[in-house]
Design a protein around this ligand. Structure first.
Ligand SMILES: CC(C)(COP(=O)(O)OP(=O)(O)OC[C@H]1O[C@@H](n2cnc3c(N)ncnc32)[C@H](O)[C@@H]1OP(=O)(O)O)[C@@H](O)C(=O)NCCC(=O)NCCS
Length: 193
């Protein structure tokens, strides 16, 4: 499968509380609302957005990716509020090896309600069912306990620490590596692997 076959027309996905959809130029203010929060950016590779222009540049980078048929995150829309509250999805996909990596971020005020676990379960289903992945990976800074917990809750296995793999915010940082394989994917109600 070619990357553009899936990502040139990124489909809308739905979960109980969320809609995952492609970015639009209308999303800049909602993105700034969560991505300007230093707590959200504390354990990310990107810096907190210092102005709406930074959020605009981020949204435009997603729009360019959609237009080019490249791997791109979904915007997470909370159904109850009809606004964008985060991003999640694939940051990397190698169709030759059927291996992909997920990434995500959510507005601080919504943490701890299981929303990202709900979203990443849906994203992993998409990866296995539509993209044909054999292996879906995720990485986080070692101190990002909430992110590691999401990886565990979606059925990923901790594989180890990748030492000083990234230079982030002025220092070489260790990352925790997780993955779930097609043959291990959790069986859930309403879904057969
Ligand atoms: C990581 C993040 C997406 C999690 O989203 P979320 O919707 O709050 O995640 P969930 O509610 O599904 O699960 C979070 C889990 O972490 C746990 N957790 C959070 N902080 C914790 C801490 N300091 N110590 C122990 N557990 C913690 C929660 O209790 C929950 O586990 P539980 O359901 O077993 O109780 C969110 O915190 C976030 O956006 N962080 C900033 C951006 C980021 O770090 N992105 C990931 C980069 S790798």
């Amino acid at each position: 499968m070619e990357v553009a076959e899936v990502f040139a027309d990124l489909p809308r996905l739905e979960t109980e509380r969320l809609v995952l959809r492609r970015a639009t130029s209308e999303d800049v203010a909602d993105v700034f609302a969560y991505a300007s929060d230093p707590d959200v950016a504390r354990h990310t590779t990107w810096d907190a957005h210092g102005s709406p222009e930074a959020s605009r540049a981020f949204v435009e980078s997603l729009l360019a990716r959609h237009a080019a048929g490249e791997v791109a995150n979904w915007m997470m829309v909370l159904k109850a509020e009809a606004c964008v509250v985060g991003t999640c999805g694939f940051v990397y996909w190698n169709p030759r090896h059927n291996r992909a990596e997920v990434g995500y971020a959510l507005a601080r005020r919504l943490w701890g309600r299981g929303l990202m676990t709900e979203a990443i379960r849906r994203v992993c289903d998409f990866g296995f069912d539509v993209m044909g992945c054999n292996r879906i990976e995720a990485r986080c800074l070692t101190e990002n306990i909430a992110s590691a917990r999401v990886m565990e809750k979606v059925g990923m296995t901790f594989e180890g620490v990748i030492r000083e793999q990234m230079y982030v915010k002025g220092a070489y940082r260790d990352l925790r590596l997780y993955s779930v394989l097609r043959r291990e994917r959790p069986v859930r109600e309403g879904h057969s692997p």
